[in-house]
Design a protein around this ligand. Structure first.
Ligand code: SF4
Ligand code: SF4
Length: 332
């Protein structure tokens, strides 16, 4: 493998730009193509809008692919998930909720897992294009290509495997009992007076960490379980990539500290940056991370907003041989 990988970059974020930048990573794209997107949680306004990818989808005759989520949401079950996707404008191509047909297990040689549990219909695709919104995430610091295919293609059982042991730490002295977190908890795990998390109900989704205005919850990094969630995410992405050809497009716009899984994500904390494309998942994540830092003149912007040293995702993926950290940024 060469020491550096090409990452293509286009500042202008519009429909034609995605098609143009895609041409640089298209040489091994063939067969039945699934475009892995995120349809956006109800009331989320920052997910990548379907109009931006229309030309690409039509040219490739691609199918939108997704999986159902772990928590209480319209995206939990296929029927309501499909309705929400259509309401959000994903109407011009077929949609395949991969785990509606069950799950398939692939071997992976990781430190946490020896197999990954993915949505069964992934078997129907020859190539996956990961079209990821690069933004923050309460548990993993940022969510980009690794999260899009690692968590985003996992069946429910796979999502549970990745989230296990990530119950947030709660600091009672910070809590003012405003109650904001209670109805937002998808596991119905939080009760008030005094506030308690029921560890049997908590699914480790991290929503409370992003929602609490007093910052009373935090990720349990720094403990003996430090970084476990990010490593698990990466191993799932590796499991996907060992069996299916995947290429990557990251869109750096509307970069909130929160994931598109949040109904009411915080306002973006950095201006829109552009679109990146690469055949190398490590290189594109590193280039995306660096560009956000550069725009804010920060050493680690996602550490500042989410208190997570999120470059761990990139370092770990590199250590598993998934790609190069070094990259050539080629403006197109
Ligand atoms: S949102 Fe924060 S301050 Fe409000 S009840 Fe929940 S933990 Fe306490
Ligand atoms: S992480 Fe927080 S929001 Fe998610 S299920 Fe657990 S207590 Fe609820």
């Amino acid at each position: 493998m060469p020491k550096e990988s090409n990452v293509y970059f286009k500042k202008l974020i519009k429909e034609d730009s995605i098609l143009e930048i895609y041409e640089n990573i298209s040489k091994n794209v063939k067969g039945n193509i699934g475009l892995k997107v995120h349809f956006g949680e109800k009331n989320n306004k920052y997910f990548i809008k379907p109009n931006l990818m229309k030309s690409l989808v039509r040219q490739l005759d691609a199918t939108f692919i997704e999986t159902n989520v772990l928590y209480v949401s319209d995206r939990r079950y296929t029927d309501s998930h499909l309705k929400l996707a259509k309401k959000h404008g994903f109407t011009y191509a077929p949609i395949d909720i991969l785990d509606d047909a069950g799950e398939v297990h692939y071997k992976v040689d990781g430190n946490h897992f020896n197999k990954v549990k993915l949505g069964k219909n992934i078997e129907k695709y020859d190539t996956i294009i990961s079209l990821a919104h690069f933004k923050g995430h309460a548990l993993s610091g940022f969510g980009g290509a690794i999260k899009n295919i690692g968590m985003g293609l996992a069946a429910i059982a796979g999502k549970m495997d990745q989230h296990a042991s990530t119950i947030p730490i709660f600091k009672p002295s910070k809590c003012v009992e405003c109650g904001t977190c209670v109805p937002e908890c998808p596991g119905n795990a939080i009760s008030l007076s005094p506030l308690k998390i029921d560890s049997k109900k908590c699914i480790g989704c991290g929503k409370c960490i992003g929602i609490c205005p007093e910052k009373a919850f935090r990720v349990p990094w720094g403990s003996t379980k430090s970084n476990r969630f990010m490593e698990r995410l990466v191993e799932y992405a590796k499991g996907v990539m060992q069996y299916i050809n995947v290429v990557f497009i990251n869109v750096l716009m509307n970069i909130s500290k929160d994931c598109d899984c949040m109904s009411h994500a915080h306002e973006p904390f950095v201006e829109d940056i552009g679109i990146l494309a690469s055949e190398d998942i490590v290189a594109i994540e590193n280039a995306s991370y660096d560009l956000v830092n550069k725009h804010l003149d920060s050493d680690d912007a996602f550490k500042e907003v989410n208190n997570v040293k999120a470059r761990k995702q990139i370092e770990y993926a590199h250590s598993l041989g998934m790609g190069n950290k070094e990259y050539n940024l080629i403006e197109v």
